[in-house]
Design a protein around this ligand. Structure first.
Ligand code: 0PR
Length: 381
């Protein structure tokens, strides 16, 4: 650090130089991200709650109330208004908490978890941190988990089964109703990772899309991850972990004798209340109607891309269930195609299973961006 401080103007000028190197969502060029421009109201509220600390909630009773109300709203959206949980930093922390609760509630000395091959890498982190053996279940021809493979992997040491509602690479929804039946019968914690899908599947269902149930309405579902900072339009960091009831939180609670609250179940100690306040604000402002419109809009852009790709001779690898399209060029391998697109200013990502270019049609991607993107793809066919 320098001895003398710089002026405010000088600091801001220097920062602008750094910011210029970043990409922006509003350019429409970020095609492989699950994050997006946060809602302007959420941004404003976030800044005004910057100093609130939910690690010591007795000092910030109003913000704690906002967190409980967000949990109540999301619980109700997921079919259980009595769900308990917390606003956390994102899907990784939420999944870690779910695995921790499941492990702590079991007696086994050699805990194992079963996750689909398509599960997000956060479960590998959780397995490593919590010393869980990770078993991967096979996928079916549509890249959804094969429930017979899950059944085959279950043992006396299985503490949790994971199903994904909106896979990271392809946006596929695992057969959660079947997993619910299996887990109910075996008495195993079923965690649903709806980090991406949680803020779109319920609204598409309301709008008449035929998508399977995936939430607490299924009796075998014990916990759900849903991230407001993905399709919820909340600023980063905003994730949410929901448990069917308080017992899962109790299984992780640690005494915090000198704080205003005597027990804590979250992993993080000092933690911002700004995420909870901003998420509350955006959910109250959008309402179900606002999110339903948004869901239909992104699906419209998704189908436009899909149709355009087919028209040009590109090959989609699945029929999309949500707003993710993965596709291949008839001859250029996906890694090479991603490079060619990058040189034309597009940030796409490459899926691994199966290898394909992956485009996430987040709200910042509009029809006009897709038209330009398809124009560039046409030049490569
Ligand atoms: N579960 C699922 C199903 C996910 O897709 C993700 C992240 C997580 C959990 C973990 O969430 P956090 O990253 O919030 O902890 N999915 C995206 C991915 O890994 C995250 C992402 C977002 C990556 C924006 C890149 C990016 O630009 O692809």
């Amino acid at each position: 650090m320098d001895e003398k401080g710089l002026s405010r103007e000088e600091v801001l000028r220097l920062l602008e130089e750094y910011r210029k190197q970043d990409m922006s969502y509003s350019s429409g060029r970020i095609l492989g991200s699950m994050c997006t421009c946060s809602h302007p109201l959420a941004r404003e509220v976030y800044c005004s709650f910057l100093e609130s600390n939910l690690g010591d909630p007795g000092l910030f009773r109003g913000t704690r109330d906002l967190e409980s109300r967000v949990i109540g709203m999301l619980g109700a959206l997921m079919g259980n208004a009595d769900a308990r949980g917390h606003i956390v930093t994102g899907g990784t922390e939420a999944n870690l908490m779910a695995m921790r609760a499941a492990r702590n509630m079991s007696e086994t000395k050699k805990p194992e978890i079963i996750v689909p091959r398509s599960a997000h890498f956060s479960f590998r982190k959780a397995a490593d941190i919590l010393r869980l053996e990770l078993r991967e279940a096979e996928l079916d021809d549509n890249y959804r988990v094969d429930t017979s493979s899950v059944s085959d992997l279950i043992s006396d040491d299985t503490v949790a089964v994971v199903g994904v509602a909106g896979t990271t690479e392809l946006g596929m929804i695992d057969p959660i109703p079947e997993l619910s039946e299996i887990c109910l019968e075996e008495g195993i914690h079923l965690h649903v990772d709806a980090a991406f899908g949680g803020f779109i599947i319920p609204f598409l269902r309301e709008a008449g899309y035929e998508l399977p149930e995936f939430d607490f309405r299924l009796p075998g579902v014990s916990s759900i991850t849903v991230d407001p900072h993905k399709m919820g339009l909340a600023p980063i960091p905003s994730g949410c972990i929901l448990f069917r009831d308080e017992s899962s939180l109790d299984a992780m609670s640690i005494d915090t004798p000198y704080l205003t609250e005597k027990q804590q179940s979250t992993i993080v100690g000092t933690r911002t209340g700004a995420s909870a306040a901003a998420t509350w604000a955006v959910m109250k402002h959008m309402g179900r109607e606002g999110y339903r419109k948004l869901a239909l809009k992104v699906m419209g852009v998704t189908f436009k891309l899909l149709e355009g790709l087919r028209g040009l001779g590109y090959i989609p690898v699945t029929e999309p269930e949500l707003n993710i399209v993965a596709f291949n060029h008839p001859s250029i391998p996906p890694g090479e195609l991603a490079g060619l697109l990058e040189s034309r200013g597009w940030a796409v990502s490459v899926a691994s299973c199966p290898p394909a270019i992956r485009v996430v049609l987040m709200p910042h991607i509009r029809e006009e961006h897709i038209e330009i993107f398809l124009g560039d793809l046409e030049g490569l066919i």
